[in-house]
Ligand binder design. Structure first.
Ligand code: FAD
Length: 298
């Protein structure tokens, strides 16, 4: 059985684990198996076993951009999170393991008087998820500050990718295309005044609190920004602000966010996303593309 082989690799190993406990939307059925990675070597071992046994697997970070099917995930979810979250600062360079939170990374930069990562302080993802998505906000994105990332390739080798090799563009990178697993990333920042850095972070946080429905579960912006438009504005101008299906709602505060008002299922959220896509397309001829990543079978 592959489960016995995996159990020998991971200290944190769970069977039939509810994914709603691992996604910021707080929805989703069970993963057959859920493990927390504690080293690159163990991830390589696990992937070897799973390939040999023909079992599907996915990598997740902090689950803040995921919509997992109500039917769950048939296979193994490998979390790269709190057991791989070391951050090391050396001069103007910071190395972070993939499981480190962006909030911790930005805080480490601020504490060391390094500027450039203020934009990331309010994004609730991990470094791995942020590289995968080329996460960004306000005046910055990962692309502006990263100098390289260490990834596991399809042959189970750890390789270093330069910034150019990461092919970072709007909410996209080479990681998905090549099926890489990010295990760490290196950033280069500029020296700055600690006070100014912290002030900027506080300003961004206040702007988020003011504009975003942070008191409800969500995955942030549901859709990517279509060129020349704002998804939230298109949804609002289509009359969908507050539109509710089951427990899912187009936020009254920010129409770019779909929120879980308490008892939403992933199907409710998907149905509401489809409704937004169709309504906006019929009204404006613009096809919204989800930013949120769907996992499992619909
Ligand atoms: P997950 O959601 O766990 O995964 C996202 C994708 O990355 C998945 O496809 C997963 O397979 C892949 N992945 C994760 N880790 C790895 C890894 N180590 N190796 C390979 N693949 C991996 N995003 C922004 O860009 N800007 C924002 O301002 C922003 N604001 C948000 C506000 C709120 C309230 C919320 C809930 C979300 C927001 N997001 C924002 C979305 C989200 O936080 C980012 O997309 C973040 O980068 C996702 O990181 P994660 O670790 O949670 O990834």
């Amino acid at each position: 059985m592959y489960t016995n082989r995996l159990k020998a690799v991971f200290k944190e190993f769970y069977i039939n684990e509810p994914m709603k406990n691992h996604t910021s939307f707080k929805t989703g059925g069970e993963a057959d198996v859920y493990v927390k990675a504690d080293s690159a070597e163990n991830i390589i071992k696990a992937v070897d076993i799973l390939k040999e046994e023909n079992i599907d697997y996915i990598i997740i970070g902090n689950g803040s951009n995921l919509l997992v099917s109500d039917k769950g995930f048939k296979g193994v979810v490998i979390e790269i999170g709190s057991l791989m979250n070391k951050i090391t600062v050396e001069g103007r360079k910071i190395y972070a393991q993939a499981g480190a939170l962006l909030s911790s990374l930005s805080a480490a930069a601020a504490d060391n008087g390094l500027t450039g990562l203020e934009f990331a302080s309010g994004i609730p993802g991990s470094v791995g998820g942020a590289v995968f998505m080329n996460a960004g906000a306000y005046d910055g994105e990962i692309k502006d500050v990263i100098i390289g990332a260490d990834v596991i390739n399809k042959n189970g080798e750890i390789i270093r990718l330069s910034k150019d090799e990461l092919e970072l563009s709007y909410r996209s990178s080479v990681i998905e295309k090549k099926g890489y697993i990010v295990i760490g990333a290196e950033f280069e920042l500029k020296e700055g005044s600690k006070e100014a850095i912290k002030e900027k972070m506080a300003d961004f946080a206040a702007r988020r609190r003011d504009k975003q429905p942070l008191n409800y579960p969500s995955a942030g912006s549901t859709f990517k920004r279509p060129e020349g438009y704002f998804a939230g504005k298109l949804i609002e101008d289509s009359g969908l602000k507050g539109k509710t299906i089951g427990g899912a709602q187009v936020s009254e505060k920010h129409a770019g966010f779909i929120i879980n008002t308490g008892n939403a299922t992933s199907s409710d959220i998907l149905e509401l996303m489809d409704c937004c896509i169709e309504t906006v397309y019929n009204k404006f001829g613009v096809r919204l593309e989800p930013e949120v990543r769907f996992i499992g079978n619909k």
